[in-house]
Design a binder for this molecule. Structure first.
Ligand code: PMP
Length: 461
């Protein structure tokens, strides 16, 4: 076989890719006819494709490259660790220094008494752990019938059987016979799309009280936990009304339901604090972390457990674990990533300087004729596209049609911005500078202008 290298022409790379590589969340036939964009290298907030084009990555990969691309320190640490101890497991009463150091560091950073870390390789795996863990927790407490986990429609918690079941994506449930038993979904706190004539505060309260209703319907003795993202990410960066989280917290406390907060996107500075739970004043019993834990440089994730949860689980052998739980190279890389986030004051900068700068410019996009609302917390933002700003109406075309067109205009203008239905979302590397923020906003505005022009021309507006 011919050597496949960076020097190969793009078309040949695309043909080989289409022939042998099955892509996640992709219609493979469509991709084959179009050819995948081949990304060669990256630095800071920029990607460079096989044609040498520089692209501003306003999604930080998949919401994960918090410290930006190209930090050689992480490569050095990985190489050093691979030479010293490339692999050893943490089963059977063994451990190693990188996993000890990372666990202790996470216990220091995590709020409250979240002091105990169970590792996995991905956010999906960590949420699988959480599902088994909360059921085991209640069984250990002599209440094995407390099994039901309540989640929300349009939540994202991963792609494994448990992850996709906990998630509330109807398109995912439709494939593979999901959700698995004893997972229930209440409505999401998406005021813009579903709030009608209610005020956001009234609506937030009502949606939170759906949790109480569900608990009472199942019976308190059947419900193990509630799981939610502080801000729904893959669901379109949906920021709940202010009344929502305090009410959720009240309900979880009242009925002694474990609260699992999925911080896979919101963790590690994304919302201007180390964790979204701190920004929104939530007290989790269990937190899911991944992505920003290593800024995507190595696959690593975890569940962080409160003292109480860990103590209960500690009373039994939890028959659960992954070959790569606490992988030494991934753990060493994550530690170095945390060192950079901390020493370079990246979280503080998002909270106090570049975050507010981006927020001001992002919110101003709400003045664009195509934009019904602009939401942003820290450095995760969304805009809702609409044909009617006053009524927040949806387009006549199928959901996502206009969002997709806008995304294509972004791509053509060297900006990666994602669409979720007809919402456009951003989650740039946290190291983005003010100049780069200006470029992001200029390109986003241009994409909005071009989208508006196109849908007028096509009679879709
Ligand atoms: N939870 C949340 C909130 C996520 O956003 C994601 C990934 N987008 C996951 C879990 C799943 O993580 P992974 O893709 O690493 O399995």
């Amino acid at each position: 076989m011919e050597m496949i290298t960076n020097q190969m022409p793009t078309a040949e790379l695309q043909a080989l890719d289409a022939a042998h590589h099955v892509h996640p969340f992709t219609n493979q036939d469509e991709l084959t006819s179009k050819g995948a964009r081949v990304i060669m290298r990256a630095k800071g907030v920029s990607l460079f494709d096989s044609e040498g084009v520089e692209i501003l990555d306003a999604m930080a990969g998949l919401w994960c490259v918090n410290i930006g691309y190209g930090r050689g320190e992480l490569a050095d640490v990985a190489a050093r660790q691979m030479r010293e101890l490339p692999y050893y497991n943490t089963f059977f009463q063994t451990t190693h220094v990188p996993v000890i150091a990372l666990s202790a560091k996470l216990a220091e950073l995590a709020p409250g008494d979240l002091n105990h870390v169970f590792f996995g390789g991905s956010g999906s795996e960590a949420n699988d752990t959480n599902l088994r863990l909360v059921r085991t927790y209640w069984a250990e407490k002599g209440k094995p019938e407390k099994k039901v986990v309540i989640s929300r429609k349009n939540a994202y918690h991963g792609s494994t059987m448990a992850g996709a079941s906990l998630g509330g994506m109807s398109g995912m449930h439709a494939q593979g016979g999901l959700p698995i038993p004893d997972v229930h979904h209440i409505d999401e706190p998406n005021w813009y799309a579903e709030g009608g004539d209610m005020s956001p505060d009234e609506f937030g309260l009502q949606r939170a009280q759906e949790l109480e209703k569900a608990i009472l319907e199942f019976g308190e003795d059947r419900v193990a936990a509630f799981i939610a993202e502080p801000i729904q990410g893959a669901g379109g960066v949906i920021v709940a009304p202010d009344t929502y989280w305090p009410e959720i917290q009240r309900i979880c406390d009242k009925y002694e339901i474990l609260l699992i907060v999925d911080e896979v996107i919101c963790g590690f500075g994304r919302t201007g604090n180390w964790f979204g739970s701190q920004t929104l004043n939530i007290r989790p019993d269990i937190m899911t972390i991944a992505k920003g834990l290593s800024s995507g440089y190595a696959p690593i994730a975890a569940s962080i457990l409160s003292d109480e949860v860990a103590a209960v689980i500690g009373g039994t052998e939890f028959n659960h674990g992954y070959t790569y739980s606490g992988h030494p190279v991934a753990a060493a890389v994550a530690l170095e990533n945390l060192r950079i986030l901390e020493e370079e004051k990246i979280v503080e900068t998002v909270r106090e300087d570049t975050g507010p700068y981006l927020q001001k410019k992002w919110k101003a996009l709400a003045d664009h004729p195509l934009v019904g609302e602009a939401k942003i917390v820290g450095m995760m933002g969304s805009i809702a596209l609409t044909p009617n700003k006053e009524t927040r109406a949806a387009f006549k075309a199928d959901v996502g049609t206009i969002g997709f067109k806008c995304r294509e205009h972004c791509f053509a203008n060297n900006l990666i911005m994602r669409h979720v239905g007809d919402r456009m979302v951003i989650s740039p590397p946290l190291v983005i500078t003010k100049d780069e923020i200006d470029t992001l906003i200029e390109r986003a505005t241009k994409a909005l202008d071009l989208t508006l022009q196109q849908i007028k021309d096509e009679g879709l507006y």
